[in-house]
Design a protein around this ligand. Structure first.
Ligand SMILES: Nc1ncnc2c1ncn2[C@@H]1O[C@H](COP(=O)(O)OP(=O)(O)O)[C@@H](O)[C@H]1O
Ligand SMILES: O=C(OP(=O)(O)O)[C@H](O)COP(=O)(O)O
Length: 418
């Protein structure tokens, strides 16, 4: 059922309490927290500009990191509010608490078009516990509720779920923001009745993380292209040798079941025909957790399906790139989730970058659409500078995965139906 959106609301002069996902990557530089990637803030600007234009009084709440109920200063939203002011080109007020008298007074004093950011909701344990009393306190900041935090919509927390219940119970409305609406359109509606051929590219580390997505998409896709470390659990299931590749030996049955389902459904299910492999060598350097760092040495292309005992599969190979690019070039709907190899290492990024280029080239050809599930595939697309050549990139990692599994996200379910 379609959800109410901000455009369905009359917000003039009202306090709009809006949940956003401003959980942005930050790092400390000269004693100051600096934002490394402001995409999640930028993506909420259309909703904010719309609300400002409508004369709403906007109160933004968000989490940053996982402070677990402590007031961890490195996880303050103050620098985020500052960045938002720069991006909006107008002042943004900030209150160092998300509940209580100061926050309420500031919210009540807002004028139409004003924007206020309140402090990290996860400074309170009650947020993640979805505590009803805490939700009541948050609800004092708004007349209507808007959720534009797709990236946090898989969490049933007080600011994503509980507060919407309180506001709707007292007769206020709860609606999706414009970013949330776009996420639900591209990851939901567009994939429900996709233009065909519908090609799904799945990679990343683990079969166990993606199996529900695979299962759900086997009911919808024409072709599924597999890459990443997942490949090797499938290869094990087919009786091949995987050397030192990352595998989940206890998921071989699950992989076999997916292969069987693909056959039964007539879905073309392709595994890489070649790989980049490298030899792992233990070094005497230690990582942050005090464990020895493993160097990957002597990268080469392995053309067979068996990987020698002392080597590890780290990327898809050139033949696979050709084959996958050809399939992608004929697609009308493309969904990509998970990198094809260890793309963080430039030696093993080519598979992900080449697939990214193929997706970018296919986009727009005969109206073809490309949708990139959040997380590392978005990072790979951005790293390859292809971000503006795909149709849609999700802002949610865990949330997009759960949504693609077919799970109803609590932060969406609670919103009013149209
Ligand atoms: N062949 C491989 N061996 C080990 N790790 C891999 C391999 N291919 C991809 N990865 C790793 O998988 C990680 C991403 O996996 P995942 O979190 O499942 O993806 P996403 O965030 O897109 O859902 C990346 O850090 C990448 O280095
Ligand atoms: O960054 C987020 O998750 P993601 O990295 O899976 O996209 C969201 O803000 C949710 O954060 P959480 O996983 O701490 O609940």
């Amino acid at each position: 059922m379609a959800k109410l959106t901000v455009k369905d609301l009359n917000v003039r002069g009202k306090r709009v309490l809006m949940r956003v996902d401003y959980n942005v990557p930050m790092e400390e530089k000269n004693g100051e927290m600096v934002i490394n990637d402001a995409t999640r803030i930028e993506e909420t600007l259309p909703t904010l500009e719309y609300l400002i234009g409508q004369g709403a009084k906007i109160v933004l709440m968000a989490h940053l990191g996982r402070p677990k109920g402590t007031k961890e200063p490195t996880m303050s939203l103050r620098p985020v509010a500052k960045k938002l002011a720069d991006l909006l080109g107008r002042p943004v007020a900030f209150v160092d608490d998300c509940i209580g008298e100061k926050a309420e007074k500031t919210a009540n004093a807002l004028q139409p078009g004003d924007v206020l950011v309140v402090e990290n909701v996860r400074y309170y344990n009650e947020e993640e516990a979805n505590d009803p009393v805490f939700a009541e306190k948050l609800a004092k900041l708004g007349d209507v509720y808007v959720n534009d935090a797709f990236g946090a919509a898989h969490r049933a927390h007080a600011s994503t779920e509980g507060v919407a219940r309180v506001i709707t119970k007292r007769g206020g409305q709860a609606a999706a923001g414009l970013l949330m609406e776009r996420e639900l359109k591209f990851l939901g509606e567009e994939l429900e009745k996709p233009a065909r051929p519908f090609v799904v590219i799945l990679g990343g580390a683990k079969v166990s993380d993606k199996i529900k997505v695979i299962d759900n998409l086997l009911d919808k896709a024409d072709t599924i292209l597999i890459g990443g470390a997942m490949t090797y659990t499938f290869r094990l299931a087919l009786g091949k040798k995987v050397g030192k590749s990352l595998v989940e030996a206890d998921k071989v049955d699950v992989a076999k079941a997916a292969l069987d389902k693909a056959k039964a459904k007539g879905v073309q299910f392709l595994l890489p025909v070649d790989n980049t492999v490298a030899t792992p060598v233990m070094t005497d350097k230690l990582n942050k957790k005090g464990k020895p760092i493993i160097d990957l040495t002597n990268p080469r292309t392995n053309s067979g399906l068996d990987i020698p005992d002392n080597e590890e599969g780290v990327d898809i190979g050139p033949e696979t790139i050709k084959q996958y690019s050809d399939v992608i070039s004929k697609a009308k709907t493309i969904l990509w989730n998970g990198p094809m190899g260890i793309f963080e290492d430039p030696r093993f990024a080519e598979g992900s970058f080449a697939v990214g280029r193929a997706v970018a080239e296919a986009t727009g050809k005969n109206g073809a659409k490309s949708i990139i599930g959040g997380g590392d595939s978005v990072k790979a697309v951005k790293k390859a500078k292809l971000g503006d050549k795909v149709t849609f990139m999700s802002t949610g990692g865990g949330a997009s995965l759960e949504f693609l599994e077919g799970t109803v996200l609590p932060g969406v379910a609670v919103l009013n139906d149209k």
